[in-house]
Structure formats: structure tokens, C-alpha cells
Ligand binder design. Sequence first.
Ligand code: PLP
Length: 385
Amino acid sequence: QERGTSVYWAQPDNLPTSGIREILDIALQMSGAIRLETGEPNFPPDPAVIDAFYEAARAGHNRYTSSWGILPLREALADKIRSVNHVIRSPEEILVTPGGSPGLFLAFLGTLGAGDQVLVPNPGWPDYLGGIRALHLDPIFYPLPAPQFWPDLSVLEELVTPRTRAIVVNFPGNPAGSIPPRTVIEALVEFAHTHDLWIISDEVYDQIVYTDTVLSPAQLAPERTISVYSFSKTYAMTGWRLGYVALPWPYSESLNRIAMGLWSSVAEPLQYAGLTALKTGSPGITTRLEHYRRRRDLALNLLNSYQIPCHRPDGAFYLLVDISRTGMRSRDFALQLLEQEKVAVAPGSAFGSMTDHYVRISLASSEEDLTQGLTILAQVLQNPI
Ligand code: PLP
């Protein structure tokens, strides 16, 4: 105790862990488990991207770069943000990061201080909380009520306090894949204006969308939105660790100064590979999207044939399957399903208190695993274990 706060940090219990990880770690030790728990595309990156990485390394691009990232990549990202997200950002407003997660962490670091409150979606991606807790921020969970999983503005108004400084939004969302209509995003942005909040917009699934488009809050409020993007899901490059954030100047410079001390710069050959992905990757994005869409429809039909209710996602690659008929909590159910049937699913509780009667399955798993795993899940739900 005499060493003060360092004792606090020595205790892992003071930091959150992931309920998806728990299942993943057990599944990894089993042979033959059907893995539907993790959101990881079962596709390899495009061959041209792999070639570009090797070529860049052989051509001598193996050094520190500017902490912003190389200019040609940031210029290509500005083009992408203009054409896909319909937001105008200059290369000085775009920072290359080692993945979406560090981009989110950077956004928290750059805009919030100890004791500030940040509104976080429930259900939502569990890993927001690691950074939030480590920075001594106060998460305030706002509900995304089923069946649509859109935010309820009147509840947000009740939750906001003078200490609230930011709201995290994630559309298409993990775990529900929901995309609210324009009016809801407009109301959210209005809410952020009224209470002078940063909008930290997690858009890592921006190109995995089955409907028309997602409205980025940055289209409506570029001056208060930090958009976080990733190559992980769009280009099936989860293990490469490449992402980027877009935010208004001069706050982009603030984030850059923090990034300098965190990772100096992102791996140089990787940045060239990212540039190739942006330039040549469209056909691959379309093909993978068609696979996810087919798997979504296949999974919904399969569950429907067993009369199991399921929300139809408009984006991302997850399904929330209702397990209320078992009367079990989602973690107990997921552990039992894994032990007895060797099917790994993510417990809804991993995403917050609102989804303890769901499990999440990933459509990024192979079609074969998906069909086999879902059939077992459906049969178990018909005759609870
Ligand atoms: N945000 C959401 C909602 C996610 O689901 C994930 C990954 O699962 C991330 C961010 C982080 O992705 P990455 O760090 O691989 O870019």
C-alpha cells in the first residue's frame, strides 16, 4: 500500500476482461471446436496486398515514417473518406494507426481526462472499456434497445451530466449490426451539440453494409467527430494491425503528438500494403460482402426453420441469437455449449447487461462451420441441455 497508486495498477481485477476471450481461450485448447465466437474474416488478404508488403520491404521501406503515416497513404485515405463516408478530410486531419483499437484509445487519450464521463453503447464492443478504465474515465452505459438496437434519445438526455464529455457511437454496430436511419443520427448529433460532446464514431464496419449507406456523424458535425476506421474487417487484415482516425485540425495534431510517444510510426511496409489495398481492393470487398450477406441469409433461414427469433443485421457480420427459452444466463449457456457440443459462441453478457439472453455468432466464420454450428445451436435451443 505504501507505494500508492502503483499498487492499484498491480491488480488486474481493477481492469476489465473480455467475455469473448474467455470462450476463445477454452476453444483454442480443444481439438475440433466449431468457432463462431470471434469476429475475424475467414478470408486471406488479397494477394496483391501481400505482394505489396514484400515489395515495399525489399525496396527498402523498413524505417520509421512520419508519425502521421506516409503522405501517399493519407492522401488515398482522404479519397476513401470522401467517396465512401462522404466526409471531406484533408491529409492533415488523418492519422495512420496500428489498428482501430489503438485509434479508439488515442481518441480517448486526446479528448478526455480522469473523471470525465463518456457515454458507451450497451450492448457494445467490450474492448472500449479497457482504455476507458485505464484512463480513469467514467463509462456511462446508454441502452440500444432491442429489436432495432438504435439509441433512445430521451434516455440519453436522462444520463448526460455536466461531467459528460464524449459519446461513443458504433454503426454498423457490434454485436447487433444495426444501422439507425438518418433521423436518429441527426438527433444524436444534435444531442452532442447541445451538450458539447465529442462524438467518437467507431466505423470499423463502414464497408460491411447490406443496406444502402451508413450516415457518418462526421457528415453532420465534422468539427466534433473523431471517426475511427480499420483495415481489419474490410480487407480481412485483422492480424496486420492497420487503421486510421479522421478528426478536425488542430486536434489531429494533438493526437499525432500522443501517437509519437506511443508507436512512433506504423510499420512502413505495412503502410505501402495498405495503399495497395485501397487502390486495388474494391473487387475483394464486394466478393467478401456477398459471402457475408449469403451467410446472414442462410443463418436466418436456418434459425427461422427452428422458430428461433433472430434480429436481422443491416451491417457488420454478427447475429444475436435469442436464448431466453433456455432460462440460462448467456455465459453459462456458452460455456455449456462449448463443453458439451464443442460449439463456441460469444455470450451476450460480454457486450453488456442488455444482452444476457442472447449469444452472438460470427458470420465471418466459414459457411461450413456456420451451418454445422448453428444447426447444433438450434437443436440445443429446441431441447435445452
Ligand atoms: N471496434 C469494433 C466495434 C470491433 O468489433 C473491433 C474488432 O473486433 C474493433 C473496433 C477493433 O478492430 P481492430 O483493432 O482490429 O481494427
